[in-house]
Ligand binder design. Structure first.
Ligand SMILES: [Zn+2]
Length: 865
């Protein structure tokens, strides 16, 4: 194998120019026949051609290389299972210039949600059906046809599918022509040639679907495909896509280059969605919106659609050269999803939600020593699977948001447009984007960004002194566990210090004095533009508390203050008692985003308090939360109001969810039970999707076998994945330990699709201290079974199992046990998740020890709040 910059790549001697692929899937025997012609550009004389191939058998006698009028066959065909390659060795040197490689092959329609794979589903009459679709990112185009399966090897794709007449066949491009074979039983559908693009973006699908369509005002046909009978559930995503596609045309300054955009729900899908150019595939719950869907669900679908459509430019038109720069695709699309959702639905307040959602997720993970820099060297393509994580997506988006704030919206956009124009249909590295922004803004963007993308972690900025007009700041590496940063580990970031009323000032040294506008209070990082934490002095905290009372802080700033305070308590910089005092001051808060941040902080406290404080202290904590939310919960109520905005709907769900977790209020329990019973008796009006999950949890907690069985029956009869998911994520909250065990048996039974099978396990583990221990024991004793179920599917499924099976552990002993288990059961592809899990448990253990030394453990403390 050739090695460039330490990367394992196919040799650069031969480049693919155009693939013509014909595939005949067999949906009964789960196989496919294929043939392909690849037009090649032989750039250096060679006697070998190497391609990627996996789980495919090439028919050796069909391999022919044509150059001019000569035809040669390879003298040897060698497979490398390890590298997933096949090498054709020819007797003589192949001359430089154009050539054509032809071959036939045979493959399997697997059930692993990768490559060309099959999904099972039930149609509206209840009949079992099979459809076939593709998922190629990152390394699975090679499971469907032999190819140069690297993002930098862009080529044109011409595809033909031979399928049963009556089925729908789709690909990236519109159909070019079709003809009928076998007396009309089969049809051959040929698609128009694709633009030049990477292999991982090719897609094709065969099955039965209904669709709805619309046209953008710029003239692109947009269609949403759904299982037969459900096309109306595509209306909301269709509207979002039409607006987003026009919006991105304008924003990027380049029109969407394909004649159509299809979006389709796939019954079995490992990720949330995949941005295949012109044929975007989705997990069903992330695309279709049935009548009565919750606000949360609608927002989620909007975000996933705007994310995938951003990729049609950022990723598809301009693509990373190699997987090192995956973050550029994902971070950027994650920034764009918020940008475009905000354009379409300003009332979603996505940039405020960013603080408690995307940025919070980035900062949680990136405060661990087992995190990684945004830009990671990837030698072997397989390693890329490990970086589809919150660092690439959420920290990536967070540093792009920072760049936007620092450069200004105009320079940010014009740099981006220049970048798109210059690199369309080709490949880039991160430095290409920095160069475009530098030219547009006159700033040294590379210097600013390198400290954020090339080193892991983020800074804690401590206020050392403040005299009303000048502040002295010190930066250090923020670590979740508060462990000591050794001299040789110290890092420096270039931090835009943003205070209201002045331009960002760059902090470049360990300590720096900065002038700030005169104000009654000091707020560093106004608008939460920068992923960093700020530690104030006691005096500045009390000024901030007053500012909150006076309504002088923005929603983002309030949410950020709560999240910072919690993280600083965890790391030992701030007493837990002070954080509870701060949280107690939000009783009259009515904004969803602030409550979301409070809810996250309380969940963090709950995990360790449940594991390690006395029963009376834990009960006092729960009583405090019950009281904290009481006024807001009463005001927001259970019923949708005519005056409700988007965030009010989300707030209702959050508050009822908090009640389901902490409340001991018999009235709330009775109300939940009343609604649950009415719903089960056939009256759905009392239980809209917004509050279904917390109500299910409350009914399970206060009920018994009857409620449990009712939900299992509901799942069995459900016709949509979202209905099933409501049950999966709540069912473990049954109070009965035998029923919790029954849930775990269900997880490994094979009756739940592996795309979903981690949800019920997670719900058991989260339900109580005893249930967490039960889950871990069960996971250990059924490990072989669980591993065999998902070992050849995306590693993200096993990652979810690993994280959820030890959910809620907060002691050093638990960490040691989990560590020992994975020593005995090493999982190479999930190593990073295991390290992060262990560090998370140990950080919680240290947190608990800190809490035990604060007044929080005394009953009098809770009475004082
Ligand atoms: Zn993406």
């Amino acid at each position: 194998m050739a090695k460039a910059e330490g990367r394992v790549l196919l040799p650069p001697t031969v480049e693919p120019v155009k693939y013509d692929i014909k595939l005949k899937p067999d949906l009964v025997n789960f196989t496919f026949d294929g043939s392909e012609k690849i037009r090649l550009d032989i750039q250096e004389a060679t006697d070998e051609i190497a391609l990627h191939v996996k789980e495919i058998a090439i028919k050796n006698h069909t391999i022919v290389l044509k150059a001019g009028s000569t035809e040669v066959k390879p003298e040897a065909v060698t497979y490398s299972i390890k590298d997933a390659t096949v090498t054709f060795k020819f007797e003589e040197m192949l001359p430089v210039g154009e050539a054509e490689l032809e071959l036939e092959f045979f493959g399997l329609l697997n059930d692993q949600m990768a490559g060309f794979y099959r999904s099972g589903y039930k149609d509206i009459t209840g009949a079992s059906k099979i459809m076939a679709s593709t998922q190629f990112e990152s390394l699975d185009a090679r499971r469907a046809f032999p190819c140069w399966d690297e993002p930098g090897r862009k080529a044109v794709f011409g595809l033909t599918l031979v399928v049963d007449t009556g089925l729908t066949a789709l690909s990236n491009m519109p159909e070019k022509h079709r003809c009928y074979l076998d007396g009309g039983a089969k049809m051959e559908v040929a698609f128009m040639d694709s633009p030049k693009m990477s292999t991982y973006l090719l897609a094709f699908i065969v099955g039965e679907f209904d669709f709805i369509q619309a046209q953008t005002s710029h003239g692109v046909l947009v269609r949403v495909f759904a299982p037969p009978g459900r096309s109306k559930d595509g209306q909301f995503p269709l509207e979002v896509a039409v607006k987003a596609l026009d919006g991105y045309d304008d924003y990027f300054g380049l029109p969407y280059p394909l004649p159509k955009l299809d979006m389709i729900a796939i019954p079995e899908f490992a990720a949330g969605a995949m941005e295949n150019w012109g044929l975007v595939t989705y997990r069903e719950v992330d695309l279709l919106i049935a009548e009565g869907a919750s606000r949360k669900q609608m927002q989620r679908v909007c975000i996933v659609v705007t994310h995938e459509l951003a990729h049609q430019w950022f990723g598809n038109l301009v693509t990373m050269n190699w997987w090192d720069d995956l973050w550029l695709n994902e971070g950027f699309a994650s920034w764009c999803e918020n940008y475009m959702a905000h354009e379409i639905f300003p009332d979603f307040a996505m940039w405020d939600q960013f603080t408690s959602d995307t940025q919070a997720a980035a900062m949680r993970l990136d405060s661990l020593r087992s995190s990684h820099p945004i830009q990671v060297p990837i030698k072997h393509a397989e390693e890329v699977e490990e970086v589809f994580d919150a660092i690439s997506y959420c920290k990536g988006a967070s540093v792009i948001k920072m760049a936007h704030a620092y450069l200004g919206a105009d320079a940010f956009r014009s740099g981006l447009q220049a970048y798109m124009q210059k690199h369309k249909y080709s490949n880039t590295e991160t430095s290409d984007l920095w160069a475009a922004w530098s030219t547009a803004s006159g700033c040294k963007v590379n210097e600013l960004m390198a400290s954020w993308t090339e080193q892991m972690g983020y800074p804690l900025v401590t206020v050392k002194s403040f005299n009303g007009s000048e502040v002295e700041l010190e930066q250090s590496w923020f670590l979740a566990d508060g462990s000591e940063v050794k001299k040789e580990e110290e890092k420096i970031w270039k931090i835009p210090i943003i205070c209201k009323g002045q331009k960002p000032v760059l902090m470049e040294a360990k300590t720096q004095k900065i002038s700030v506008p005169k104000s009654d209070f000091l707020l560093i990082n106004a608008g939460r533009q920068v992923p960093m934490r700020v530690l104030y002095s006691d005096e500045t905290y009390s000024q901030l508390a007053t500012a909150i009372q006076k309504g002088q802080l923005s929603v983002s700033d309030k949410a950020g203050l709560v999240l910072d305070s919690f993280a600083l308590a965890k790391s030992g910089h701030l007493g837990a008692d002070k954080v509870f005092k701060l949280i107690a001051s939000f009783r009259s808060e009515r904004n969803f985003i602030v409550w979301d941040a409070i809810s996250q902080a309380l969940t963090g406290f709950d995990t360790v308090l449940m594991a390690g404080v006395s029963d009376p202290t834990y009960a006092a904590f729960k009583a405090f939360v019950s009281k904290l939310i009481a006024d807001a919960a009463k005001e927001v109520g259970w019923e949708k109001k005519a005056s409700d905005g988007h965030l009010d709907g989300l707030l209702r769900e959050t508050l009822i969810n908090m009640q389901s977790k902490y409340s001991v209020d018999p009235e709330a329990m009775a109300e939940a039970k009343r609604r649950f019973d009415a719903f089960m008796a056939g009256d759905a009006s009392l239980l809209p999707d917004d509050i279904k999950e917390p109500v299910f949890k409350m009914a399970l907690k206060s009920g018994g076998k009857k409620e449990y069985q009712a939900l299992r029956n509901l799942q069995a009869k459900a016709t949509t994945n979202i209905e099933r998911k409501h049950v999966y994520v709540t069912i473990g909250h049954t109070a009965d330990i035998a029923l919790k065990k029954d849930v775990l048996d269900w997880v490994v039974s094979g009756d739940i699709k592996i795309q979903d099978f981690f949800y019920p396990m997670g719900s058991v583990a989260a339900s109580s201290k005893e249930a967490a221990a039960l889950t871990w024991d069960y996971y250990k004793s059924h490990f072989d079974r669980i591993w065999s179920m998902c070992k050849t599917a995306s590693p993200s499924l096993m990652d979810a199992m690993i994280s959820l099976s030890a959910r809620g552990f907060s002691t050093a002993e638990a960490a040691a046990e989990v560590e020992q288990f994975y020593k005995e059961h090493p999982l190479k592809q999930n190593q990073r998740t295991i390290s992060q899990l262990l560090e998370g448990i140990r950080t919680n253990a240290a947190f608990l020890n800190r809490i035990l030394k604060t007044p929080v453990i005394e009953e009098s403390f809770w009475k004082s709040l």
